[in-house]
Design a protein around this ligand. Structure first.
Ligand SMILES: N[C@@H](CCC(=O)N[C@@H](CS)C(=O)NCC(=O)O)C(=O)O
Length: 345
């Protein structure tokens, strides 16, 4: 793998973030070499040290001294790719829209992934599908006996982790209602323009696409809901997979002035469910609580505290603070009344 000049990454077809990054590199025409499998094992084979936390996808990229290093977390990797590869940028040229794009990327990565994990493991039929396919995606010729063992191991482990993302009997209807509102907002927005960010895709398009590859393409319950509520999201998922043929122009970006009103539908969902989660998580971090409880969409939501989501809130605010006063006020105009205002300090 290291013999190629292409960027090496390790991931899985059933990982939304892996799909996010592959589609992004295809669109950007950045040569890549994907190894499907377990990052820890492949890194050992490659003689590359493991990162502190191994996530899918794991990139193998040179550090400042030119040494190959394992790197995770799609959001900063996208910015590194922007700095190292010219053209076909995925960051809107209007700084105010770049902020909106950042916020929607974060929402897709951190909230829409709850839809994914919930639908995958909550119902027995979906868990049965994932339990069979996940081991086969690691090794397609796995003998039947081992497949049974792997299936029962992975299903038990993942069902046991549902509470980590906040999925339980109380929150199941909240997650379901949020997914349905999200799909309706997508349907309305995609009836106006081909990408969330206008006539060319931004980082949020790839983040949403990554989650939809699973919701539409892998898990039966969420697939049926998507087909019934948002055929445009289904078509979008097929189209975003490979946008290498698009020739984007700078005028193709929507601006805060030209973006259709339907963008607000998506921001309303961010404000309605993700904003209260971020705030409750931050408050728990501040008081050193290991878990938190708050009301989301009129229901009691309990979840473990995540340091990472605390950072997400800081990063969102860092992006906002970096804007000029004029751009901030244009962002404020877009966020007004959505509930997202509450997470900007
Ligand atoms: N913020 C990270 C998230 C990546 C992530 O959470 N990947 C999941 C799989 S899709 C993972 O590796 N989880 C660890 C595990 O399942 O053990 C990114 O954007 O890349």
């Amino acid at each position: 793998m290291l013999k190629s000049n292409a960027i090496t990454l390790i991931g899985a077809p059933a990982s939304p973030y892996t799909r996010k990054m592959i589609a992004l590199m295809r669109y950007r025409r950045i040569a890549y070499c994907i190894a499907w499998g377990d990052p820890a094992a492949i890194l050992t084979e490659m003689g590359v040290p493991k990162p502190k936390v191994t996530l899918l996808p794991t990139y193998v990229l040179p550090d400042a001294a030119g040494q190959q290093q394992a790197v995770c977390d799609s959001t900063p990797i996208i910015r590194r790719l922007e700095a190292e590869h010219e053209g076909r940028s995925v960051i809107p040229n209007d700084p105010a829209m770049a902020f909106i794009d950042y916020l929607l990327e974060d929402f897709a990565d951190e909230w829409c992934t709850k839809y994914m994990f919930h639908y995958r493991w909550h119902k027995e039929t979906d868990a049965d599908n994932a339990g069979t396919l996940l081991p086969l995606l690691q090794k397609i010729n796995l003998p039947v006996e081992q497949l049974h063992q792997a299936k029962s191991y992975i299903t038990q482990r993942q069902v046991g982790r549902l509470h980590v993302v906040g999925s339980n009997e109380v929150t199941a209807p909240v997650i379901d209602a949020s997914y349905k509102r999200f799909l309706r907002a997508m349907e309305a927005h995609l009836s106006q323009q081909p990408y969330l960010m206008g006539g060319r895709p931004g980082t949020s398009d790839f983040a949403v696409y990554g989650q939809l590859t699973q919701l539409v393409g892998f898990d039966p319950t969420s697939r049926a809901i998507a087909h019934s509520l948002s055929p445009r999201s289904v078509a979008y998922t097929d189209l975003l997979e490979d946008q290498a043929g698009l020739e984007p122009q700078s005028r193709d970006w929507a601006t805060t002035e030209t973006a259709p009103a339907t963008l607000k539908g998506l921001l309303n969902e961010v404000g309605h469910v993700y904003a209260p989660a971020l705030l409750a998580n931050a408050a728990a971090m501040q008081s050193g609580e290991k878990s938190w409880e708050t009301e989301i969409d009129g229901s009691r939501w309990t979840q473990q505290t995540f340091n990472y989501q605390g950072k997400c809130l800081q990063w969102i605010n860092g992006e906002y603070q970096a804007l000029s006063a004029d751009d901030r006020s244009r962002v404020d105009g877009m966020l007004e009344g959505t509930g997202c205002e509450k997470i900007i300090f």
